[in-house]
Design a protein around this ligand. Structure first.
Ligand code: IMP
Ligand code: MG
Length: 184
C-alpha cells in the first residue's frame, strides 16, 4: 500500500472538527437516553474509531456490542436486501434501547437491512447514529437520529473508513484522488 499522501486529494474533516462534533453528539445522546438502558451497536469495521471516541463522550452508563455484515450478489452497492450477518450480537436486545453506530451511510441498503434484522428482535427502541452521511447517494430512506457530517459524493478514507482495507487508523477524513489512486 502506497503512502496516502500520494492520493490524498484533500482533508475533508480534520481531527479537531471530528472530535468537536463527536463531543456534541455524545452530549446529545447522554441527554436523550438519560435513565434508560442504552446499548451502542457498532457496525464493524468502519464504525470502530467513531465508537471508541463517541463512548468516551457519552456520560451516562451504557453497554456496547458489535455486529458485522457483508453484502453479496453482483453490484455490492445495489444489493438491497442481500446483506448477511457475519458476526451477530451476543445478547438479547429486547430490554435495550439500541443505537446503531455506523461510519457512513451511502446508498442506505446496508443499514436498511440491519434495521430490518434488528427490529424483528423487538428492542425497546432502535436508532441510528452515523458519523458521515452521503445524503445525495441515498436510494432507500434511513431514519437518522444523529449525524456527524453531511458530505458530498466523494470516496473518503480514514477515521475507520478504509481504502482497500488500509488507512482506517488516520485521525481525519480524507478524500481519495481516484486519478492518482487508480492511474490509467
Ligand atoms: P451503503 O449500503 O451503500 O449505504 O454502503 C455503506 C457502506 O459502504 C459503508 O458502511 C462503508 O463500508 C462503505 N462506503 C460507502 N462509501 C464509502 C467511502 O466513501 N469510503 C469508504 N467506504 C465507503
Ligand atoms: Mg461500514
Amino acid at each position: 500500500m502506497r503512502d496516502y499522501n500520494d492520493f490524498l486529494l484533500e482533508v475533508l474533516v480534520d481531527q479537531e472538527s471530528l472530535q468537536k462534533r463527536i463531543a456534541e453528539l455524545g452530549a446529545e445522546i447522554s441527554r436523550d437516553y438519560a435513565g434508560s438502558k442504552l446499548l451502542l451497536v457498532c457496525i464493524l469495521r468502519g464504525g470502530v474509531l467513531f465508537l471508541t471516541d463517541l463512548m468516551r463522550a457519552i456520560t451516562i452508563p451504557h453497554a456496547i456490542e458489535f455486529m458485522a455484515v457483508s453484502s453479496y450478489g453482483v453490484g455490492k452497492r445495489k444489493s438491497g436486501g442481500n446483506v448477511r450477518i457475519t458476526l451477530d450480537l451476543n445478547i438479547d436486545i429486547s430490554e435495550w434501547n439500541v443505537l446503531i453506530v455506523e461510519d457512513i451511510i451511502d446508498s442506505g441498503h446496508t443499514l436498511a437491512s440491519v434495521l430490518e434484522m434488528l427490529s424483528i428482535r423487538h428492542p425497546k427502541s432502535l436508532g441510528v447514529c452515523t458519523l458521515l452521511d452521503k445524503a445525495e447517494r441515498r436510494e432507500v430512506y434511513i431514519p437518522i437520529k444523529y449525524r456527524g457530517f453531511e458530505i458530498p459524493n466523494k470516496f473518503v478514507f480514514g477515521y475507520g473508513l478504509d481504502i482497500d482495507e488500509f488507512y482506517r487508523n488516520l485521525p481525519f477524513i480524507g478524500v481519495v484522488d481516484l486519478k492518482k489512486y487508480n492511474p490509467e
